[in-house]
Design a protein around this ligand. Structure first.
Ligand code: 0WD
Length: 254
């Protein structure tokens, strides 16, 4: 379809072909969007470049959200290329693996701060830069998880971070709404990705979702991608500040 024809956007958070951001990038590109990708460090660059080629995307550089200069550099490159943008996808999170198991109460100050910076503040940091380039309005999308709403085993400090991320979606939606910029999140069900492999007992969580979700299965990055496409496109022009669950319905029973 030509749903995204004429739209250009930046997708951040592809680590490999299992990344949720890859599912969204594929769906947007197939619908006619022009896409720019970032990578975090040289190891991921080698994975991201062939994926970019597959969908005709541009690779606009290294971005580590803990280094604001790299965020600025990426947005400067996007501005040089396109002058303006229509959407951004933020699919970035991090917490020390040692604290994605055991008890939340044992979270350290250092890891709490790092988790919040990378998994929460970075979306606002990116929104600040993107706002300036969204001169015709736009759509901003981030990824969250049900651990923001309910206590999930081992999710710990990341659950606290996702709760803050979801609150920031609402505050950003208000701040940017008058410029016709919409801000939303997808709350994805568990998917086996690189980031997820750091979470304790992840296979058990997948199995639990298969047994209990209304659809009796887990979701794919392609399914998250299609809802991402909806939220990035004008089909969702009346939707902002929303957390959309793409979780085979798990949140109604869990
Ligand atoms: O079950 C899941 N996989 C779910 C993931 C369920 C619900 C939500 N999510 C969220 C994650 O919390 C994250 O926000 O989706 C988002 C994307 O995660 P993903 O697709 O599951 O994981 P992955 O493919 O590993 O991509 C996340 C990437 C990083 O990969 P690694 O694994 O190398 O940490 O986030 C990027 C990095 O590419 N990232 C950073 N990017 C820039 N600066 C940074 C950073 N400091 N840290 C991580």
């Amino acid at each position: 379809t030509g749903l995204m024809a004429g739209k250009r956007g930046l997708v951040m958070g592809i680590a490999n072909n299992r990344s949720i951001a890859w599912g969204i990038a594929k769906a947007a590109a197939a619908a006619g969007a022009e896409i720019a990708l970032t990578y975090q460090g040289d190891a991921l660059r080698k994975r991201v470049e062939p994926l970019a080629a597959e969908i005709g995307a541009k690779v606009v550089g290294h971005c580590d959200v803990t280094d604001a200069a790299t965020i600025d550099a990426v947005f400067a490159e996007v501005e040089r290329l396109w002058g303006k943008i229509d959407f951004i996808v933020h699919a970035i999170a991090f917490s020390d693996k040692d604290q994605l198991t055991g008890r939340y109460v044992d979270t350290t100050e250092d890891n709490f701060a790092k988790t919040m910076l990378i998994s929460v503040y970075s979306f606002t940091a990116v929104a600040q830069r993107a706002e300036k380039l969204m001169t015709d309005g736009g759509s901003m999308l981030t990824l969250t998880y049900y651990g923001a709403e309910k206590v999930m085993p081992h999710y710990n400090v990341m659950g606290v971070a996702k709760a803050a991320l979801e609150a920031s979606v609402r505050y950003l939606a208000v701040d940017l709404g008058s410029r016709a910029i919409r801000v939303n999140a997808i709350s994805a069900g568990p998917i086996k990705t690189l980031a997820a492999s750091g979470i304790g007992d992840f296979r058990y969580i997948l199995r639990w979702n298969e047994y209990n979700a209304p659809l009796k299965r887990t979701v794919t990055i392609e399914e998250v991608g299609d809802t991402g496409l909806f939220l990035l496109s004008d089909l969702s022009r009346g939707v902002t500040g929303e957390i959309t669950h793409v979780d085979a319905g798990y949140h109604v029973v869990g």
